[in-house]
Design a protein around this ligand. Structure first.
Ligand SMILES: NC(=O)c1ccc[n+]([C@@H]2O[C@H](COP(=O)([O-])OP(=O)(O)OC[C@H]3O[C@@H](n4cnc5c(N)ncnc54)[C@H](OP(=O)(O)O)[C@@H]3O)[C@@H](O)[C@H]2O)c1
Length: 266
């Protein structure tokens, strides 16, 4: 019996598989993957040293079924799996496919968990929101956390919180890339070479983020530590705040949430 069945092993499915194999959450002999064709499945399986499936029948007995296809492929892939009545935990990473949508494809009582990872899972620094469907148990949630903790940090809550985190951490890498690019422009503007400015900006945000996570201190307390009275850093912060940095970030996340809610109603 294979412990894990992965449906769709692309960018995300592959990152999750690599992370779980590297951290020993899964062993190669425990995993079988299914792609949209036998040929693609065979190739991907050889790449990761796991088995491949032609029809996904392993879903009937697998401990975990990971649904990692594009959202538009989910109905077809889920209905094909439903024929095998999965008894284990079915984890979907598809953006914007709700627990209600997912439940409609599977037999009643299927233990479904929805997750919202972000792209930094590909470098082991992701943030993944997790929400369980009505039939999911505490054990299903703990199992899902163990998988996604191999790729960064996790938060388990309600589906509404998962959607809210979609607007913060899901879309967040997009915001952060704009900030890094803008800081790099700032560096070039005052005379630095572009490559130096990009590396300095990215490493500075990475280091500051690490300090928040590792010290557990409030970001405002850490900011106070680097702003000496009448000094240069507070002069920079004052100008950024005057230009609306904080309000721009709050309004940006708010706009993303509003857009996501509007799209869900369509
Ligand atoms: N990438 C992200 O940043 C991100 C973040 C959060 C959530 N997600 C979610 O993650 C899911 C996967 O995204 P991705 O970026 O990993 O996409 P991807 O790289 O395109 O991976 C999807 C994989 O599924 C395969 N596939 C297509 N149809 C299939 C079928 N019927 N049965 C089995 N496999 C099939 C694809 O093969 P072919 O390429 O040969 O068609 C591909 O290998 C999406 O639902 C997305 O919403 C992604």
């Amino acid at each position: 019996m294979k412990k894990v069945l992965i449906i769709g092993c692309g960018a995300m499915g592959g990152a999750i598989l690599s992370g779980c194999l590297a951290r020993g959450v899964w062993n190669q002999e425990d995993v079988v993957l299914k792609e949209h064709s036998a040929e693609a499945g065979r190739k991907k399986a050889a790449q990761y040293g796991v088995s491949w499936s032609e029809d996904g029948h392993e879903a009937a007995e697998a401990d975990v079924v990971l649904l990692a296809v594009k959202p538009n492929v989910v109905p077809e892939a889920a209905k094909a799996l439903a024929a095998y009545a999965p008894k284990g935990t079915v984890i979907s990473i598809a953006a914007a496919v709700t627990l209600r949508d997912l439940a409609s494809y599977f037999p009643e009582g299927t233990r479904i968990v929805r997750v919202m990872p972000n792209t930094p899972v590909s470098v082991g620094e992701g943030y993944t929101a997790i929400a369980g469907g009505p039939a999911a148990s505490e054990e299903d949630l703990r199992k899902t956390e163990a998988i996604f903790r191999t790729l960064g940090r996790t938060f388990t809550g309600t589906e509404r919180q998962l959607d809210e985190l979609g607007a913060l951490s899901g879309a967040g890498p997009g915001y952060a890339f704009v900030m890094i690019d803008a800081l790099a422009d700032a560096g070039v503007n005052i005379g630095l070479p572009r490559a130096v400015a990009i590396e300095a900006a990215a490493q500075t945000l990475l280091g500051a983020a690490k300090m928040v996570l590792e010290t557990g201190k409030h970001p405002a307390a850490l900011r106070d530590q680097v702003t000496s009275p009448g000094g240069t850093t507070i002069a920079g912060i004052r100008m950024m705040e005057r230009r609306g940095l904080r309000a721009a970030l709050i309004d940006g996340v708010d706009a993303c949430m509003a857009k996501s809610d509007a799209m869900a109603k369509q």
